[in-house]
Design a protein around this ligand. Structure first.
Ligand code: ANZ
Ligand code: ZN
Length: 860
């Protein structure tokens, strides 16, 4: 074969590798391990460029480590439960399982075409009973440990279809995706996992994650949201009850001018007065009720946005500030959230931005209790003063620095029984109940006598019934299947009912990486020895969109299973790489914002809107259907082959940066591979593998280039995985080999071998083919990665610049030993032709020598 034609070699090598089980995970433990993991895809049916990017990145890492002598685990699976399958089933009148497995088959084929070195024997699909059996088993472990519990929570309720909706099924206007009805909020009993028990560990252990991007750790820390402050109680006037608040600013307690309850707070109704002798007493109850109702339709974001006006009304009730003895009004307002802290706040308008805004609006008193250091009086406060300062108007605490007053005031409150120090987390328990079909059933049976009873382990999995009727209406489909629903209580035998909720799909993905080390175990979730041996994952690669939830939940599961004595480590992922987006070229109308189809563009250099005649903006944006800027992986493979697609993706941008898809650069990589092809096929006949004794100058120079390439590529692939610069090095080496005249030199053979070996992790097919072309019989992917010969890196001779009176007159070649020695170089240079010619017999006043570089003669 003389011409490079990827179609002729790629599929063939993929089959051969599979037949020889080249990427089977080795179990022997004499080698160091490397667990490479890519976030597994949702089987939507088609691979997109984002997938191609992650799996290519991970594949290079896995192939490199194999060649460097590691035993490598590089598995793949499918995050296969979830809503889209259910929607597709409704739309296409099929079953979610059927739709999902078809998609999996299609995407597996597409992945195989990329030549990724996955160990397919360990493939998992979270929707298979063999997998979700263990998801259910884990749920029961949580349940036994008291980490799974039920409580009431609000859900999205479609009043027309009579069903619960996922957040994704509610549009921006708060309407149902199917019925178009205004979605209501409804309280339902739901299952939660107690992630808050692990908040501290999840926060503290971020420090252990030295191989994670800082910004991901920061996002997780913010999500956990630890606040240090105090819990303080305010007795309600005329009632034997107190309003408890959480505050991060106990130092401002003398400045409290009102309390605010979240409208949903249980005390709201109790404190609302209806004394008809008051001016608005009679109507107050209905006004409060109306307000509560109104707020219940708002999202959290709408309620808390800084720029939105705060809304609220007084309840008529009052409380006492125990510190001052003052009576203060109790309000309800939308900006106080029921789910955070105690669902009640002490209003300090002088020192809190939102309270200030609210007090101004409602004409509530504003009392300054902290003075800015450089300002002795405050007359008319223009904005809340939120910084550190000196305490005033606060009794015995006056004069203290506010940061110190915090501790003193909390200590005092504790002594008086008014409150105590408290740490509050923003993190809430994880609501895992889904009123949907396509998920793992929660393995619980509800008995009228015994309550929630776990399904016995021997009865797992609780199988999802097949052939259900999905309509998207009238509640959970599982609730309608009487034969599935009704079972005897495992504990007392009384007729009981199965739990009909399924689990959030984030649960499936919170432990899948623990299953790969022992993916086919049908006796246990995994063999502890095997999982502890492979875990933690050495390198995890995936999208930044998973920076918070997936990674946090996976860390949470790891810690719980460790506490169940299943795991011997604290953190699942040692290193994390979040790859950038793949962006495509869009043609955007600047006035309408509309994206024009690329096929409608006549001249890409001067793109014009065919409808309006306007000049279009060319911008790169994340590939998507709506922007008409997607590039299908299959098309690229058909045209150029998988190796070119991989090379382009690796070369175009560092892995964590966004990548702009440019056809010209794809062509560039295709040409590069063609050059390598020609270089090898045209010189294969001359290749000599003998050791050479005395190298010529140009042979020595080529060896230096070869070993510099090894050094650079190895360094680029270590640590930061700078694939793009590694590819540039390979191009340099290939050029040097192309320029090298003596193709029969053993150094040239060494160069070709090295080029193919270095290129193998990037372009597995062409390198395998060419490796055989030069007479090798074993796969290139089982060879050792080249290592540097340090002696080859040192140049034998150095070029020294000769100057006369600072003016360059020529250069000389000096042996390295001479060039680097000051005295020897001075002598060598003085005797050189160039120096003698230009000095021309004149007296030498001074010789300035820079070893390894330059000699300057100062003459009379
Ligand atoms: C009085 C005060 C005075 C406050 C002051 C701040 C500044 P983070 O850091 O987010 O924990 N807060 C407490 N619970 C709330 C709830 N359920 N909804 C809305 N706001 C709530 O913030 C804690 C602060 O947020 C608390 O401290 C409280 O206002 C408010 F000069 O108490 B502060
Ligand atoms: Zn029972």
């Amino acid at each position: 074969e003389s011409r490079y034609n990827p179609a002729n070699i790629e599929a063939q090598w993929q089959h051969t590798w599979a037949a020889h089980q080249l990427y089977k995970t080795p179990e022997e433990s004499s080698k160091p391990k490397f667990y490479a993991l890519s976030m597994f895809p949702y089987p939507s049916g088609n691979l997109h460029m984002g997938h191609v990017r992650v799996y290519t990145i991970v594949d290079v890492m896995a192939r490199l480590k194999r060649m460097q002598g590691y035993r490598v685990l590089n598995p793949m699976g499918w995050d296969a439960f979830g809503l889209p399958a259910e929607n597709a089933a409704i739309e296409r009148n099929t079953q979610p399982a059927k739709w999902t497995y078809q998609n999996i088959d299609q995407m597996r084929d597409q992945l195989k075409q990329l030549g990724i070195s996955f160990d397919w024997d360990r493939e998992i699909a979270t929707c298979s009973p063999e997998y979700y059996r263990w998801t259910q088993w884990i749920f029961l472990e949580f349940f036994k440990a008291g980490l799974a519990y039920q409580k009431e929570a609000t859900v999205n309720w479609d009043p027309i279809d009579q069903t619960v909706l996922a957040n994704e099924q509610v549009d921006a206007e708060g309407k149902s995706w199917r019925s178009g009805a205004i979605v209501e909020r409804k309280l339902l009993r739901q299952w939660f996992l107690k992630i808050t028990d692990y908040a501290d560990q999840l926060l503290d252990d971020l420090n252990k994650l030295t191989g994670w991007p800082e910004r991901v750790k920061l996002m997780q820390a913010n999500w956990i949201g630890k606040s240090v402050g105090a819990y303080l109680e305010f007795p309600i006037v005329g009632m034997d009850e107190k309003v408890g608040v959480f505050t991060t600013r106990p130092d401002t307690v003398y400045g409290v001018s009102y309390l605010v309850l979240a409208p949903e707070h249980p005390l709201t109704q109790k404190v609302t007065t209806s004394d008809p002798s008051e001016p608005d007493g009679a109507s107050r109850i209905s006004a409060v009720e109306a307000f509560v109702q109104e707020v219940s339709t708002q999202t959290e974001l709408e309620r808390t946005a800084e720029d939105k006006p705060k809304r609220g009304i007084p309840t008529g009730g009052t409380a006492i500030n125990p510190f001052t003895g003052e009576e203060i009004p109790i309000w309800i307002a939308d900006y106080v959230l029921y789910e955070y802290g105690t669902g009640a706040v002490m209003g300090v308008p002088a020192h809190d931005v939102r309270d200030f805004q609210f007090a101004k609006q409602q004409n509530l008193p504003i009392k300054v209790v902290i003075m800015p250091p450089d300002q002795p009086t405050v007359s008319d406060l223009q904005a809340a003063y939120t910084d550190v300062g000196t305490i005033v108007n606060s009794g015995e605490f006056d004069g203290m620095v506010s940061t110190e007053a915090k501790g003193a005031i909390v200590a005092y409150a504790e002594k008086q029984g008014w409150g105590k120090a408290r740490i509050q987390y923003r993190l809430r328990d994880w609501l895992i109940s889904r009123q949907r079909y396509w998920g793992a059933p929660i393995p619980i049976i509800h008995c009228p006598n015994c309550g929630a009873v776990p399904v016995p382990e021997s009865d797992l999995p609780v199988r999802l019934p097949e052939d259900v009727e999905l309509s998207g209406r009238g509640g959970s489909p599982l609730g309608k299947l009487e034969s599935w629903l009704n079972v005897p209580c495992p504990s007392c035998g009384t007729p009981a009912k199965r739990e009909t909720d399924t689990m959030d799909t984030f649960i499936d993905s919170s432990w899948y990486f623990l299953r790969y080390p022992d993916a086919n175990n049908d006796q246990a979730i995994f063999d502890r020895g095997k999982t502890n041996n492979w875990m933690p994952v050495d390198q995890y690669v995936g999208g930044i969109e998973h920076a918070i939830l997936h990674l946090l939940y996976s860390r949470f599961f790891t810690k719980v299973l460790r506490d169940c004595n299943l795991l011997a480590f604290d953190e699942p992922f040692k290193r994390l790489l979040t790859q950038g987006m793949v962006q495509g070229r869009t043609y955007k109308n600047p006035t309408t914002g509309k994206y024009v189809l690329p096929t409608q563009i006549k001249d890409p250099a001067n793109p014009i809107d065919p409808d309006t005649g306007e000049t279009l903006e060319v911008v790169f944006e994340k590939m998507s259907k709506s922007k008409h800027n997607g590039v299908a992986p299959g098309d690229v493979i058909d045209k150029y082959g998988a190796d070119t697609a991989r090379m382009f993706i690796l070369f175009k941008a560092p892995p964590e940066k966004d990548l702009e898809w440019e056809d010209a650069d794809v062509e560039g990589q295709f040409r590069f591979l063609n050059r390598v092809w020609r270089l090898v096929t045209e010189s294969a006949a001359f290749l000599k593998t003998t050791e050479s004794q005395d190298l010529t100058k140009s042979e020595k120079e080529l060896r230096r280039v070869i070993h510099t390439a090894i050094k650079e590529v190895t360094e680029d692939l270590q640590g930061d995985y700078q694939f793009n610069t590694a590819v540039s090095e390979l191009m340099k080496l290939s050029n040097a080999l192309g320029d090298f005249a003596e193709k029969s030199s053993p150094v040239f053979a060494e160069g070709l071998n090295t080029l193919l070996l270095l290129l193998a992790p990037f372009s597995p097919h062409i390198t395998e083919e060419l490796w055989r072309t030069i007479g090798q019989s074993e796969s290139i992917h089982t060879q050792a990665f080249p290592t540097v010969d340090p002696t080859a890196l040192v140049a034998d001779e150095k070029t020294i610049v000769i100057q006369i009176m600072g003016k360059t007159r020529g250069t000389i070649e000096a042996a390295t030993a001479i060039a680097d020695d000051k005295t020897a170089l001075e002598k060598f240079a003085t005797e050189s032709e160039v120096a003698r010619r230009y000095i021309n017999g004149k007296e030498i006043r001074k010789i300035i020598v820079v070893p390894g570089k330059l000699v300057n003669f100062v003459t009379a």
